[in-house]
Write a protein that binds this ligand. Structure first.
Ligand code: ZN
Length: 441
């Protein structure tokens, strides 16, 4: 297929803005990029798709999410409202995840995948929990991802909070799925751990042993709330990052999610081990846990990406939040500039995906890269260039402008019509299942 008459924003290491651009897709990848007139002449027999002057960017990448949380929307939490982050975990998340059946897991994922296709997010790194439906849960999610036509890395959050039997099952699910994920080039695996505060030394050691044998890195919440540090100091005499370093969890294939409460010595450790850190500002604001020292970490050489922690799969919204939050928090209009937000969401998230798909170039429109695209019906009212693109995106883009999504050359949404998922049926069944899950809380 030949996409024509698009404004192509290539991003990547040599960003270009190609006006009246064309993009040829072949075998799931980008074969050629150029001007419409030139490519139309060279490829006369190829089926054209006229973008009508829309802006076309690489599909968005989400560095950390939780499909399982979809049924929490509008859910009443029984009892007094939570007063802090540990209470939010206990009263909301650890009640919801226990209520999930395999069908709930499937529909929670489908709801999030519809949202991802609608908002042009083509690659997602998920962190799953369903303590009463552990075995095979990652297969259920993988099937939904395959049906949607998206790309995802999956893992199961191992924890001691539900007893040793379920901790063991969680380990087994990670190991089992890692082999299965190799069957598809749109799936990948990591080894999930919930967080330091719900892991004993023994379970942690078991996980490290199993992950090493399976050749997996970890995906784990790190110092999200101050309570994670207090617990770790009490349990091990070490701060969370140092506890994980000593246990063998850190390294270039591991994602340390959040890192809100890390000190300089921990930041140094994260940098020297090449551990990935992802930032999720909407979640941090909602849980009132604090603001991650994103710029300090980036300046110290920590590899940082952007996730959404289960918030909408509209990564432009996460980018906007990051942009505003750090300015307000530091009372400094120069904090976390637009270029750095773009770095997190594109260059860095693209690099992060190499952990899982080393042979696939993502997050960039270039010859040979995967044909992952989002069409934005955005017609700038002021001059647009590669240099000022971040500010057009941060101040001009709205979710309603996203019209089409392509993943690995397959069109998943065209002119706002979903082509792989039945949104109406998924929505209706999700609403029924969520009502039943809420009854079981
Ligand atoms: Zn999370």
């Amino acid at each position: 297929m030949l996409i024509t008459h698009a404004t192509l924003a290539t991003l990547g290491s040599a960003p270009r803005l190609i006006e009246d651009g064309a993009l040829l897709m072949e075998g799931g990848r980008i074969k050629e990029l150029g001007k419409t007139a030139e490519l139309e002449e060279r490829f006369p027999g190829v089926e054209p798709w006229d973008a009508g002057g829309q802006l076309v960017l690489p599909g968005s990448i989400c560095g950390h999410t939780h499909f399982y949380g979809a049924f929490s929307r509008g859910m009443a939490i029984p009892g007094a409202p939570p007063e802090d982050f540990p209470q939010i975990l206990q009263q909301l998340w650890w009640r919801l995840d226990k209520a999930l059946t395999p069908e709930d897991v499937r529909y929670s994922a489908l709801v999030c995948l519809v949202d991802a296709v609608r908002h042009g997010t083509t690659t997602l790194i998920d962190h799953h929990a369903s303590p009463n439906a552990i075995d095979g849960s990652l297969d259920v999610i993988a099937e939904a991802v395959q049906d949607a036509g998206l790309r995802a890395s999956l893992c199961y959050e191992v924890t001691d909070r539900d007893g040793p039997e379920r901790a063991r099952k969680g380990i087994e699910e990670n190991v089992r799925f890692a082999e299965k994920a190799e069957e598809s080039d749109r799936l990948a695996a990591s080894f999930g751990l919930h967080a330091s505060l719900t892991l004993s030394e023994e379970t942690l050691a078991e996980c490290v042993k199993a992950a090493r044998a399976a050749g997996l890195g970890f995906h784990v919440h790190v110092a999200e709330g101050a309570s994670d540090q207090e617990d770790s100091l009490e349990k091990s005499g070490k701060r969370v990052v140092h506890r994980f370093y000593d246990a063998g969890v850190l390294g270039p294939r591991t994602i340390a999610v959040h890192c809100v409460h890390v000190d300089d010595s921990e930041i140094e450790r994260l940098a020297e081990t090449g551990t990935w850190v992802t930032h999720q500002p909407r979640s941090n604001m909602n849980n009132a846990v604090g603001v991650a020292p994103v710029e300090r970490m980036m300046d110290a050489g920590v590899k940082m990406g952007l996730g959404n922690d289960g918030f909408s799969n509209q990564m432009f919204a996460e980018m906007k939040t990051a942009y505003f939050l750090h300015k307000l928090h530091q009372r400094n209009p120069q904090a976390l500039q637009g270029g750095r937000v773009m770095e997190l969401a594109y260059a860095n998230n693209s690099e992060l995906t190499k952990v899982f798909w080393p042979d696939q170039q993502l997050g960039e429109l270039t010859e040979g890269a995967m044909a992952d695209l989002v069409f934005v019906d955005y017609h700038p009212t002021t001059p647009l260039s590669t240099d000022n693109l971040p500010w057009h995106l941060l101040f001009g883009f709205e979710a309603s402008m996203i019209t089409s999504t392509v993943c690995a050359g397959r069109v998943l949404m065209r002119d706002r019509e979903l082509l792989t998922l039945d949104e109406e049926a998924i929505t209706a069944r999700s609403r029924e299942l969520a009502a039943e899950a809420w009854e079981r809380l």
